[in-house]
Design a protein around this ligand. Structure first.
Ligand code: FES
Ligand code: CO
Length: 324
């Protein structure tokens, strides 16, 4: 397991909830092999390792709300206690040590979240997902050969929109970024509204300004809201990253619309995939791979205030993974 106290004590995304059905699922998180499985009580997370002979429990099955090892069919209940060993002669007690290692696990906002330290902290709030008048679409997985902070910072980067995403999220004619500030208030870190000129933000074919507000929620979970002031419409993307191991990450997201669009979920996802495909080669080739938290190391501009705040936030928390 990757030692990083801050991250181990947080809720980290494991996968979309829809991926955990009847069969157990193996997920790599922070260098730890985990099995997720669903019972009548919900989703549970164990270390993907049977104490008997080291088999991967994720190759087994769920039976009577127990996870059954694929090798000798030991059965573990949702607390991780072994409740059945078929090889034991009648009347023999199950050894006390026969246990699976259990992690805290929660299903929320369409995803499965795992808390490796077992301290069960408070979950961040994402009200759009629970709002009745919002349409929410789950996005990802997107595998990236980069460390999470570089991926998150790319998402928070205003200046690249008119360059990397020229023609969709910005235009050549409007590359400058108006001055704005970051607000650290009531435990929230969020930007002022930043005007971004987009060629066709609402599908009407007309170029105009929309307003982006970025917010840092957790070390690897951030969001922005794009506001169309004329139409009073809001579009939010929540980005959250699974640290797979030291060098690999998987990005997931939620796209939330306050308004109706004719696009199907598949079309919305395909569009976001195409945008992400433009960012990916940049992010996978940034050096150093670690995000420098010392603000003297790279050269920041005023328009980089969101990412500067992100670096300060990671530094204050003491996040190690993917930072330098
Ligand atoms: Fe799991 Fe033997 S290895 S029951
Ligand atoms: Co981008």
């Amino acid at each position: 397991m990757i030692e990083d106290k801050v991250l181990l004590e947080d809720w980290l995304v494991a996968c979309p909830a829809s991926e955990v059905g009847e069969k157990p699922v193996q997920v790599m998180l922070m260098g730890e092999r985990i099995v997720l499985f669903r019972t009548s009580e919900g989703v549970h997370a164990f270390r993907d390792l049977c104490i008997h002979r080291g088999a991967a429990l994720s190759l087994g099955e769920v039976k009577n709300d127990c996870l059954v090892c694929p090798y000798h069919a030991w059965e573990y209940n949702t607390n991780g206690e072994c409740v059945s060993i078929p090889q034991l002669p009648e009347g023999r007690a199950i050894p006390k040590k026969a246990k699976a290692y259990k992690f805290a696990c929660r299903e929320k906002y369409g995803f499965i979240w795992v808390n490796l330290a077992g301290n069960e902290p408070e979950m961040f709030s994402y009200p759009e997902f629970e709002a009745e008048d919002y349409r929410n679409i789950i996005w990802g997985p997107q595998e990236v050969n980069a460390k999470p902070p570089r991926i998150v910072e790319n998402f928070l980067d205003v200046g690249h929109l008119a360059i990397v995403h020229e023609g969709s999220l910005g235009t050549n004619s409007h590359r400058e970024i108006a001055d704005y500030h970051m607000n650290w208030e009531d435990g929230r870190i969020y930007s002022d509204e930043i005007p971004i000129f987009q060629p066709d933000p609402d599908g009407s074919g007309e170029a105009k300004y929309v307003y982006y507000t970025y917010e840092i929620l957790r070390p690897f979970t951030v969001r922005f809201t794009k506001k169309d002031k004329e139409k009073d419409q809001y579009f939010t993307i929540l980005l959250t990253i699974r640290p797979v191991d030291e060098n690999k990450s998987i990005a997931y997201g939620i796209m939330s619309f306050s308004y109706h669009t004719d696009n199907t979920d598949e079309e919305v996802i395909a569009y976001q995939d195409a945008i992400f495909a433009q960012d990916k080669p940049v992010v996978e080739n940034q050096k150093p791979e670690e995000l420098p938290l010392d603000l003297q190391i790279e050269l920041s501009l005023v328009c980089d205030r969101v990412s500067i705040a992100y670096r300060q936030y990671l530094k204050e928390l003491g996040v190690q993974l993917g930072t330098a």
